[in-house]
Every structure is written in structure tokens, then in C-alpha cells.
Design a protein around this ligand. Structure first.
Ligand code: KG4
Ligand code: ZN
Length: 337
């Protein structure tokens, strides 16, 4: 097979149309073009509208991505695309586009698991650690904790039993009258917040049984607290701060437990919510306390993007492993390593 150099990554699992080109020879992302659909989904992502927008956006995003990378279609050696999980219509749109393009160019295509791509997004352009590490994936659709031994084992050791973190931040912002996405808004509002007036419950704080997560309780408590408040600007700031803090305290509790259970030297934090600076600093402190290194994805690779798909697809082809479903089972502790 021809040596792989330029790998295109196509991401359409939700509302971002992302196309990137990764230069494997120089371990560098040449372009990472994203078209977001915030204006189409002001109150949350709608499945059918998202797929239709991908159909409109894919060709212009492709053109921009090639232009930025200073390459032409014929230079591309392989195409990686997100196959699951995500919105079915959106995934199919991207997969059909990727396969048709690969067929026309007579190059291979490879399907990539969206969460594997998020996990590897922390290492784009670098060497992926061979030692086991813990990866915390928090986004609008996913809240998972994985024990990873690349390339063979991606073990789900904890996951949300209901909503995802990004999802509840989006809903909380919506309750207060803000448009999607709510996560960055809550972070911004929380900066002006003061402690003391609100006291939302920390989810599952007494549960020592496992590493599972739950956010629906705090979401309901937030809605009740907002309803019964005076709904002033200061209430908005204070409640945003309390929500953000309680979610972070809860996540730190679970991550600390994961670090106690598994013998790892590295923890990574990825997905859209990992853009949150307060979250990052709390995790960084926890990592120091637990004597492990912390690795974040670069800001451009936190939200859904094609670069993480191209990078993952490249490593899949090189390591000869196939896409696997990373969300199917929770492994018992201390397994397999
Ligand atoms: O990874 P992503 O782009 O898409 C999914 O796979 O879901 O994540 C989007 C989520 C949204 O829920 C958004 O509100 C959240 O990431 N998010 C944030 C921040 N920026 C984006 N959450 C908290 N703080 C932020 N700064
Ligand atoms: Zn994602």
C-alpha cells in the first residue's frame, strides 16, 4: 500500500461540520475547518435540521479545508470519518460523503469512533502514550471515564446514567433565557457569581460503589432554584457559579476515586466541556495532589472537529485496528492491566 501522508478527517456526528487534513509525515494538522450550526439550533440541536445543514456545508467546508492546507483532492491518501455514536442522519450524511469521495479518488476510507477520536484529541501531533491512562470525556452528548491502553484497550469505567455534563449546562442556560451552547455562557456568568445564596446538591456524593455519574438531579434542582429566585442578574451569576462548582466538585470526587482504583501516571480531559478554564484548573490541582500528569486537548480540538478524526483514522490504519464500540460495557475494576 502507498505510504500514508495526508489523511482527511470528516466529522458530522452532531451539529459541527468539520473537515481537517493531517500531515502524518510532519505530525501536523494542516487545516481544521469547522462550520457550526448555532444559528440553526438556538434552543438545542434538532436532528433532521442538523443533517440537512451538513449536506449544505460539507462541500464548502471541504473546499476551505483544502485551500488552507495548500493541497488538492488528489494529494489526499486516505479519508477517515466519524461512524458513531451521534445523530444517525448526521452520521450517515458524513459517511456517505466520505465514502463517495474516497471512491472517486480511489483511496481507502476508515470509520472512526467519535469517543476514541475525542480521547486521542489530547495527543494530536504527538506520540500517543503506550502506558495506561485515564481519559475523562465530557461533552454535550457524552460523560464518560475511560481506562485506556492504546491501541488495544479502551475500557469504559464510568459513565453518566442520565444527562451529559454539557447537556445540563446547555439546559441551565436555556432556562435562564440564553441560546445554545450554554456551557460557555455559564462559565462567563459564573465569573461574576458570589457564593452563599444558593446551595445546589452535589450528585451521588455518598456513592462509593462505582465511577458512574448522574446529572439529572442537579439539573432539576437548578430549575427549581431559578424558578423560586427573584431572577435578577445577580441570581443568574450566583446560580451559574453554584452549578458549575457543584458539577466540578462531583467530577473531581469521581476522578479522584478513579485515580485511586487504577494505577496510572496520566489523566487526560477532552470534549467540549474541557474548554472550561475553571474545570481545567481544578483538575490540574487534583492531578498534582494525586501525583499524576494532566493532559488537555488543545482548545481547537476540544469541540467536535475533523482533526481528531484524521489523527485517529491515521493511527487506526497504522495499527491495523478496526473501529470498536466504546460505549457498550462497563468493565469491573482492575481488569486486564
Ligand atoms: O464535544 P462537543 O463539541 O460536542 C459533543 O460531542 O457533544 O461539546 C459541546 C458541549 C456543549 O454542551 C457546550 O455547552 C459545552 O460542550 N461547552 C462548554 C464550554 N464550551 C463548550 N461547557 C463548559 N464550559 C465551556 N467553556
Ligand atoms: Zn463530541
Amino acid at each position: 500500500m502507498k505510504k500514508l501522508r495526508f489523511i482527511m478527517g470528516i466529522e458530522t456526528s452532531c451539529d459541527d461540520t468539520g473537515i481537517a487534513i493531517y500531515d502524518a509525515l510532519h505530525q501536523k494538522v494542516l487545516s481544521n475547518t469547522i462550520s457550526s450550526q448555532y444559528d440553526i439550533h438556538p434552543y438545542g440541536v434538532q436532528c433532521e435540521l442538523a443533517a440537512r445543514a451538513h449536506i449544505e456545508n460539507l462541500l464548502p467546508v471541504l473546499t476551505l479545508s483544502l485551500k488552507e492546507s495548500l493541497l488538492e483532492e488528489k494529494d489526499i491518501d486516505a479519508i477517515a470519518y466519524t461512524s458513531s455514536p451521534g445523530l444517525v442522519n448526521s452520521l450517515i450524511t458524513g459517511a456517505c460523503f466520505a465514502k463517495a469521495l474516497a471512491y472517486t479518488l480511489d483511496i481507502p476510507s476508515v470509520s472512526v469512533h467519535h469517543i476514541r477520536a475525542h480521547i486521542l484529541s489530547a495527543f494530536i501531533g504527538e506520540t500517543i502514550p503506550q502506558e495506561p491512562f485515564i481519559s475523562v470525556v465530557l461533552s454535550g452528548g457524552h460523560s464518560h471515564i475511560y481506562l485506556v491502553k492504546h491501541p488495544e484497550k479502551y475500557l469504559l469505567i464510568g459513565q453518566t446514567l442520565d444527562d451529559a455534563v454539557g447537556e445540563i449546562l446547555d439546559k441551565a442556560a436555556k432556562i435562564m433565557g440564553f441560546l445554545y451552547p450554554g456551557g460557555p455562557k455559564i462559565e462567563q456568568l459564573a465569573l461574576k457569581g458570589k457564593k452563599g445564596k444558593f446551595n445546589l446538591p452535589i450528585p451521588m456524593i455518598r456513592s462509593k460503589k462505582d465511577l458512574n455519574l448522574s446529572f439529572s438531579g442537579i439539573k432539576s434542582a437548578f430549575a427549581r432554584a431559578w424558578e423560586s429566585s427573584d431572577q435578577t442578574d445577580q441570581d443568574m451569576f450566583d446560580l451559574s457559579l453554584d452549578l458549575q462548582e457543584k458539577v466540578i466538585v462531583f467530577m473531581m470526587h469521581k476522578i479522584k476515586r478513579a485515580l485511586a482504583l487504577y494505577d496510572v501516571k496520566l489523566i487526560s480531559f477532552v470534549g467540549g466541556v474541557s474548554r472550561n478554564l475553571f474545570f481545567q484548573s481544578q483538575l490540574s490541582q487534583l492531578a498534582i495532589e494525586c501525583g499524576v500528569q494532566m493532559k488537555l486537548a488543545k482548545m481547537d480540538y476540544c469541540q467536535d472537529n475533523g482533526a481528531m478524526v484524521a489523527f485517529t483514522g491515521y493511527h487506526q490504519i497504522c495499527n491495523g485496528f478496526v473501529d470498536q464500540d466504546l460505549t457498550i460495557k462497563i468493565m469491573p475494576r482492575r481488569d486486564l492491566f
